[in-house]
Design a protein around this ligand. Structure first.
Ligand SMILES: [Zn+2]
Length: 62
């Protein structure tokens, strides 16, 4: 499972998503940015920044 937290890109935003597929995360994140952060232009650079912040679900620690 992969995850993305919007707060890593937009400080203060608590939206996050997770999916098996990184491309699905990017799609959802772009949709979120367009609807909630309308001031942010979703350009190819922004897509790259999203991709850089998609990470694997951290294993649970005891
Ligand atoms: Zn957000």
């Amino acid at each position: 499972m992969k995850q993305f937290e919007c707060g890593t890109l937009v400080p203060g935003c608590h939206w996050h998503t997770e999916a098996e597929d990184g491309a699905e995360i990017v799609r959802r994140a772009a949709e979120h940015l367009r609807s909630v952060h309308a001031e942010i232009e979703v350009r190819p650079e922004m897509i790259e920044r999203i991709k850089q912040r998609v990470h694997d679900d951290a294993p649970a620690r005891p």
